[in-house]
Every structure is written in structure tokens, then in C-alpha cells.
Design a protein around this ligand. Structure first.
Ligand SMILES: *Cc1c(COP(=O)(O)O)cnc(C)c1O
Length: 552
């Protein structure tokens, strides 16, 4: 039987004694040793894949039970090691979606937040979080081009949480009554076809309704088509609807399309002015791509980091759009993506801090915290109540990487992708890069028969059957990639874009594979291996494919 004293040993010490610290450190050392022992730079996973029966989760449900007596600390490392075994790991061949490696400053920041375990809800409970949060809000406001005296923000649950809060603000600005009485049934929101599905969920959760999300066509570079936005918005207004919110994606998840916020703002303002309506709230969904704003102040002429010509050109293309970020009313930086920190460390920013007061609670409605003579920082405008101090990890990363550290890393993603595209097309002409106009951390590619290609498809020259056949071929390809992901881990998507088919112009989704550079360890030297791997996959799927003939 265990005593209270045994249970107390499961906690950090009360008095800072050395023995307790060394026991704790010993556990961490052993855990790291176990993890390091499983690392293999040539594979994208830790150790060997765990065998999983088809009824794996069902078996877990049948056997999992809280033990009556807790296990010993030595069991802890074993059980953590078992969880790590076969886990995807961010080595050079980890090329799937934006699932980054958490950096050491990010980890130390997160550990500090956990050691303190303050509640970021109120500075009386979490002073470290309040201090770090204030700092990162100002730091990133400056990067985005916001006025730090006007802007504000907080850390939240993901890029999705930011899209959601942006919508709450949009509703509150357009219908102050809605905060008390609920949303009217004539509000409409807009995003491009390439936008993240966050908006669809947000429309449901705010009560606007999913059918009030209007999808806007994209252009060749996968950025929002402002003319289509104008005509769809005009139609909504003519039919008595009220446009309140436009999500401008600045760096789409699948192809790094960057919406032009300046053009979007001009377009929406012209329409709302004409109809005597208030301007719509523009949220830049910069969760992924916003980090390229670290180049907004880069001196491209002097080029202090000596980037090669091609990389420089790529970065300039990105920056030409990212420089408009400050025109958005709200935006987001998902530090758990290109910010190099652990999950979940997302920063939501608003250009005008008064916007947040529209959704704030009265002091009388939060009786436990906030409204006291002590403490000045109470986040009663967040949807969360208790909040982790994820800003500490963000602050640590920003301080250690510095602007240059981020520039070096982000430029390397562009470099690796440019070389990958070149080599891929040279080696495998039946594969087309489907985002050739978008330099960035991701390359999308699609396998065609000899007679088809992406240009024809996007131009509407292929029949529905041909598009579907190509989808099938690509599905086989990414099933192969999936089965071999412990070696080289590529990504894929079943809705890369919508293309019109030749028959009747009906829009069809397009399946593509993705090469997403996210590991700091992926360099151009590793590309030949990736190309060989893709080549093997193409051969393997070809040999299983039944002969198909096309009638182009
Ligand atoms: C990842 C992403 C999101 C969702 O962010 P989470 O942090 O997963 O909630 C939203 N929008 C874009 C553009 C993204 O890349």
C-alpha cells in the first residue's frame, strides 16, 4: 500500500532539493536516450513501425483500465517509449503536411509554462503567461505591420480558433445586437475555394449556418479571384443579404496560394460603399504563410543573407503579397507550423484592440477573476476560460531564432522546393507540378497519362471521365506513398483544386500528392533520394494499373 509520502514523490519538490531534481532529470535523460536510440535520419519514423492489428483501437478499449496501484516511475519511461516507437519523426525525409519538429527553445518554453502551470486567464494566476503574451503580441504586430499601440491579441486553439474569433468579431461589429439576441439569418461570409475548412465549422458554430459560406473561385496561382468575389458579394447584397466577413488566405495549406489582401479590400470596400453598408471584417488566414512576413523588411537589393538568385526571386514573389498583411482586421500566426514550437501555439492578432471589447464579458459576469484591485490582465474576451501560457514557447522561439533564423529556415524551404520541382519534371515528365506559380514550402504534383497534363485540365479540356481516371491513378500513387511512409513521408490531398470538365463545365476535385518541406534537416542533397522513391512508386502503381485508353 502506498503512503501519502509516496504520492508526493510524483511531484516536483516543494523546497528545491537536489535529490528530487536529479531524479526528475534522470527520467528526462532516460527518455531522451530511448528516443535518440530510435532515430534514423534516413527514415521518417522513430524506430520500427509497431504492428497494428485491424482491430487495434477496439482492443485498447477492451483492455485499458486505471490501475488500482500506480506503476513505478521506471515503468513510466517504458510506457512513454512504447508510445514513441514507430512514431513519425521530422527527419530529412519527413515531407508530409505542416507537422513541424518542435525546436529546443520551443520545448524549453513549453516546459517552463508546464513547470509553472499558471493560468493565462488572469495575471494573478499566470503572470509569466501575461508577460510573455504581451511581448509576443507586440513582436508579431511589428512583423505584420500593425501599430503596436492599436493592436492586441492572444494565443488560442489553432488557426481554426483564429478564423472563428475573426468571425465572432465580424458579427459583433455588424450586428451589435447579436451578442445578446443571437445572429440574424441574413449574414454571409466569403472565402476562396482553396481556403481551409475552418470557416465552414465557424459558420456552423456561430449559428450563421454553413450554407451562408460563399466560396469564391481562385485564379491560376490559387489566389482568390477578386472579380468573382465582387460578383458573388453583389448578388448577396441584391438579395437582401449582409456580407460581414471575408477570409483571405495568405498561404493556402495545399499549394501556397496567397490572396491579395489589398485587392480584396479595395473590392469589398467599393461594394459596401456603393450600398451604404459598413466595411466587411477581413481576416487574413496567415496561420501557415504569415511567417514569410519575416521577409517584409528584408533588403532584397543588399541581400545580407546571400540567397541565390532563384531563391531571392521566389521570396520576392511571396513578399509582394505578404506585405499587405497589415491591411487585414485580424490575422494569425500558427507557431506550431512554421514558428517551430510545439502544439498548440497559435497567435491571434487584431488590428484594433477595441474590436475585442465587442465580445468581452461584463466584469459582473466573471465573478471569480479579473475585477479586483490587484491584477491588470484578464482575458475575458477569449472563448477559452482557463488558458495555457503557450506564449512562453513562442517568446522563447522568437528570441532564439531571431528574424534571421526564421529567414534562413524559410528560405531553405523555398530553395528545396525549387530544386525539387526542377528535378521532378526533368526525371518524370508524366508528373506535373500543379502549383508552379507559387514558390513556398510546398510542391503539389499529379500523375497523368502520356496525353494529358495539368494545363489541359485546368483549362477545362478534359472530360469528367478523364479527370476521374487521373484521380484514380493518383490515389493509387498516394496509397503507395502511405504504405511506405516510414521511409519517406509525403503528403496528399483529395481536393487540391476544382477544375471544370469538358462535357458541361461541372467542377471536379483534383487529387494530388504533396512534397511539404517542414523539417529543418531537409536539404537539396536529399532530393535525388526522394525522386527515386517517387519513381519507384510510379513504376509500382503502373504495373498494377489496367490499360486505359483516352479519347482526347
Ligand atoms: C493549418 C491551417 C489552419 C488550421 O489551423 P489549426 O492550427 O490546425 O487549427 C487554418 N488555415 C490555414 C491556412 C492553415 O494552414
Amino acid at each position: 500500500m502506498k503512503s501519502l509520502n509516496d504520492v508526493q514523490k510524483l511531484f516536483p519538490s516543494e523546497d528545491g532539493n537536489r535529490e528530487s531534481r536529479e531524479n526528475f532529470l534522470q527520467l528526462i535523460t532516460t527518455l531522451l536516450e530511448k528516443m535518440d536510440g530510435m532515430k534514423r535520419p534516413d527514415y521518417a519514423s522513430l524506430g520500427h513501425e509497431k504492428q497494428r492489428e485491424t482491430n487495434f483501437y477496439q482492443q485498447l478499449i477492451q483492455t485499458a483500465e486505471v490501475p488500482l496501484q500506480g506503476e513505478s516511475l521506471s515503468h513510466l519511461v517504458d510506457s512513454m517509449t512504447s508510445l514513441m516507437t514507430g512514431h513519425p519523426y521530422h527527419s530529412r525525409y519527413f515531407l508530409t503536411n505542416v507537422l513541424p519538429m518542435a525546436s529546443i527553445p520551443g520545448l524549453i518554453g513549453q516546459l517552463t509554462a508546464s513547470l509553472l502551470n499558471g493560468n493565462n486567464l488572469w495575471d494573478v494566476y499566470g503572470p509569466a503567461g501575461a508577460e510573455a503574451e504581451t511581448k509576443v503580441i507586440a513582436m508579431m504586430s511589428r512583423i505584420a505591420g500593425f501599430d503596436v499601440n492599436e493592436s492586441w491579441g492572444y494565443t488560442t486553439w489553432g488557426g481554426q480558433g483564429a478564423v472563428f474569433t475573426g468571425l465572432r468579431l465580424a458579427i459583433a461589429k455588424h450586428c451589435p445586437d447579436a451578442v445578446e439576441h443571437g445572429v440574424p439569418d441574413n449574414l454571409y461570409v466569403f472565402s476562396s475555394e482553396q481556403a481551409h475548412y475552418s470557416l465552414i465549422k465557424s459558420a456552423e458554430a456561430t449559428g450563421i449556418g454553413r450554407s451562408h459560406v460563399i466560396k469564391v473561385r481562385t485564379k491560376r496561382d490559387h489566389a482568390m479571384d477578386e472579380q468573382d468575389l465582387a460578383s458573388k458579394m453583389a448578388k448577396v447584397i441584391e438579395e437582401g443579404g449582409k456580407p460581414v466577413y471575408v477570409v483571405a488566405t495568405t498561404g493556402t495549406t495545399d499549394n501556397f496560394g496567397i490572396d491579395n489582401i489589398q485587392a480584396i479590400k479595395d473590392t469589398t470596400n467599393a461594394l459596401t460603399d456603393m450600398h451604404g453598408l459598413p466595411p466587411v471584417h477581413i481576416h487574413a488566414d496567415s496561420a501557415l504563410g504569415g511567417f514569410y512576413a519575416f521577409f517584409n523588411a528584408y533588403d532584397f537589393k543588399v541581400n545580407p543573407l546571400n540567397f541565390e538568385e532563384k531563391v531571392l526571386t521566389g521570396l520576392q514573389i511571396i513578399t509582394s503579397k505578404m506585405q499587405h498583411l497589415h491591411l487585414a482586421d485580424s490575422l494569425c500566426f500558427d507557431f506550431q507550423k512554421l514558428g517551430q514550437t510545439p502544439y498548440a501555439t497559435s497567435l491571434f492578432l487584431v488590428k484594433n484592440k477595441e474590436d475585442l471589447s465587442l465580445i468581452d464579458l461584463d466584469a459582473a459576469e466573471s465573478p471569480y477573476v479579473g475585477d479586483r484591485g490587484y491584477g491588470d490582465y484578464h482575458t475575458s474576451y477569449t472563448l477559452e476560460c482557463s488558458r495555457m501560457a503557450s506564449s512562453i514557447a513562442i517568446m522563447a522561439a522568437l528570441q532564439l531564432f531571431g528574424v534571421e533564423g526564421y529567414q534562413i529556415l524559410l528560405a531553405n524551404y523555398v530553395r528545396v522546393n525549387l530544386v525539387f520541382r526542377e528535378k521532378l519534371q526533368a526525371t518524370l515528365p508524366e508528373l506535373c507540378v500543379t502549383n508552379p506559380l507559387n514558390p513556398g514550402p510546398v510542391t503539389a504534383f499529379r500523375l497523368y497519362s502520356k496525353t494529358n497534363n495539368w494545363e489541359m485540365e485546368v483549362d477545362g479540356q478534359l472530360t469528367k471521365e478523364q479527370i476521374m481516371e487521373t484521380n484514380k491513378r493518383n490515389e493509387a500513387l498516394f496509397e503507395y506513398f502511405g504504405a511506405h511512409r516510414a521511409r519517406i513521408f509525403l503528403g496528399d490531398t483529395k481536393k487540391f483544386d476544382l477544375v471544370p470538365c469538358k462535357n458541361d463545365g461541372e467542377l471536379q476535385p483534383v487529387y494530388v500528392s504533396k512534397f511539404f518541406t517542414i523539417s529543418p534537416y531537409t536539404e537539396i542533397d536529399h532530393i535525388p533520394d526522394v525522386i527515386t522513391f517517387i519513381q519507384e512508386a510510379v513504376e509500382a502503381t503502373k504495373s498494377t494499373e489496367s490499360e486505359v485508353t483516352f479519347s482526347c
